[in-house]
Design a protein around this ligand. Structure first.
Ligand code: GLY
Length: 375
C-alpha cells in the first residue's frame, strides 16, 4: 500500500511517496499515472543521476521503468562519497545536461544517497536558472532526511554544505525494499537521523526504537517497524519544513546533533566518520551540554546514549581530535550568527530548544567528557 505524505509549502508543495517496489513504478509516478498521487507535469527529457555502485544494482530497473513510460533518458554517474561533493562534480553534471540538451521543462532524477541527492538538486536549481528535480533516495539517511525539504548543495574545502540553495523536488519516491542492499554501516548512519526525530519531535518514535532489541542492521528491523520509522520520520520532516521552509526559526531543530557533528566530519576530512556517525557523536555532545546546563536530566541522556549505541553508532570523539580544533571549526559552521554558535539542545525526549548562550567552559567540559569516555 502506498503512503503519501504531503509537504505543504507556499509555492512548491510536493509529495513523499513510500511503498515497497516503488522503484519499478518510477516511470508511472513521473508521468502522473499512480492512483491518488497529486498532479505532476514533467517534460520528456530526463537526466538520471546516480553513483556507479547504486546504478549497478538499480540503474537498469529505473531506466526500464522510465523508458516504458516514454521518457527520453540519459545517465550521469558521480563517483561515490562525500569527498566528491564539490563544485568540480557539479561542472561535470552541467556538461551532461548540455550534451543531453536538457530544457527548462526537463528533469534531473537523483537515484542515490544524500551526496547524489544534494548535488543533483543543486545542479537542477542552477541549470537554466532551475529545472525540475525528483529525489529517489536509496539510503536510509537520504530517505528520512537528506532527500526531503529542499536543501541542496556542495561542500567548500573549509566547511560542509557551505555552497547551496533551497530548491524543492517535484516528488520524493521512497522504495524501502532497496535498503536490503545498503551496507550495515550506512544503515546505522541513517538510524542516527531517525533517533534525531525521536529526540526533537516524536516520543512515540523514540519509544518504538527503544522497544526493538536491535537497530544496527536492516535485518534487525521488521517491515512494520521500518514502515513506522519511515512514516514518523518523513512526517516529522514534512511538518517542520512546512512550517519553516527556509530555516528562519523552527527548522533549525533539524540540525540537532549536527553542530558538533559537522565539526567532527570536517576535522576528519569527511572520511573517518560518516555523516550519521558524526551526528550520533554530535547528539551525545548536545546532550552533555544540556546536562551540564541543567536543561535535561541524566536519565534522558542515558536513554539517548543507549539508543545511539544500539544503532551501532559511535558515542565518543574519534582519537586525535583536539577540543580546541572543534571549537575553532564551530566558528565556520553555517549555524554561526553574529559570531555566536547556535546549539540545538534537548530538554526532554521529544523536545529541544535553540540557544546561542552556551558558555565556553561548559562547551569545553562537555566535549572533554566525550573525548575521555566519561558520559
Ligand atoms: N538536514 C537538516 C534540514 O534539512 O534542515
Amino acid at each position: 500500500m502506498n503512503t503519501i505524505i504531503p509537504v505543504q509549502l507556499p509555492q512548491a508543495s510536493y509529495e513523499i511517496a513510500i511503498a515497497p517496489h516503488n522503484l519499478s513504478q518510477l516511470g508511472a509516478w513521473l508521468s502522473g499515472k499512480i492512483a491518488d498521487q497529486a498532479p505532476i507535469q514533467l517534460g520528456q527529457k530526463l537526466l538520471l543521476v546516480s553513483n556507479p555502485e547504486i546504478f549497478a544494482i538499480y540503474g537498469e530497473l529505473a531506466l526500464q521503468s522510465l523508458s516504458q513510460a516514454g521518457f527520453d533518458v540519459a545517465t550521469h554517474l558521480i563517483p561515490a562519497g562525500e569527498t566528491h561533493k564539490h563544485l568540480g562534480s557539479i561542472q561535470a553534471l552541467y556538461d551532461s545536461a548540455l550534451s543531453h540538451k536538457l530544457e527548462r521543462s526537463s528533469t534531473m532524477v537523483a537515484l542515490g544517497g544524500g551526496v547524489v541527492g544534494d548535488m543533483t538538486g543543486f545542479a537542477a536549481a542552477t541549470w537554466l536558472r532551475g529545472i525540475n528535480f525528483v529525489q529517489v533516495p536509496t539510503s536510509l539517511l537520504a530517505m528520512v532526511d537528506a532527500a526531503l525539504g529542499g536543501k541542496t548543495g556542495v561542500n567548500h574545502p573549509k566547511g560542509k554544505n557551505l555552497i547551496g540553495a533551497f530548491y524543492q523536488p517535484k516528488l520524493v519516491l521512497i522504495d524501502p525494499t532497496v535498503l536490503k542492499t545498503l551496507p550495515d554501516r550506512e544503515f546505522s548512519a541513517g538510524m542516527a537521523e531517525v533517533i534525531k526525530y525521536g529526540i526533537i519531535w516524536s516520543v512515540e518514535l523514540f519509544e518504538s526504537l527503544e522497544n526493538n532489541p536491535a537497530l544496527a542492521r536492516f535485518s534487525d528491523v521488521s517491515p512494520d517497524l521500518l514502515s513506522a520509522i519511515l512514516n514518523h520520520s518523513c512526517r516529522a520532516k514534512a511538518d517542520v519544513v512546512g512550517k519553516d521552509e527556509k530555516e528562519a526559526g523552527l527548522r533549525a531543530i533539524l540540525n540537532y546533533g549536527h553542530t558538533v557533528g559537522h565539526a567532527v566530519e570536517s576535522l576528519t576530512g569527511y572520511s573517518v566518520v560518516n555523516h550519521g556517525e558524526a551526528v550520533g557523536i554530535g547528539m551525545v555532545a548536545a546532550g552533555a551540554i544540556a546536562l551540564n546546563l541543567g536543561l535535561w536530566d541524566a536519565k534522558s541522556q542515558g536513554r539517548q546514549l543507549a539508543l545511539i549505541q544500539k544503532a551501532g553508532l559511535p558515542t565518543q570523539l574519534p582519537p586525535g581530535i583536539q577540543i580546541d580544533a572543534i571549537i575553532a571549526a564551530l566558528q565556520s559552521d553555517k549555524k554561526v550568527n553574529a559570531g555566536k554558535v547556535r546549539f540545538v539542545l534537548p530538554q526532554a525526549i521529544g523536545s529541544v530548544t535553540i540557544t546561542d548562550a552556551v558558555p565556553q567552559e561548559i562547551l569545553c567540559q562537555s566535549l572533554a567528557n566525550l573525548a575521555t569516555g566519561v558520559e
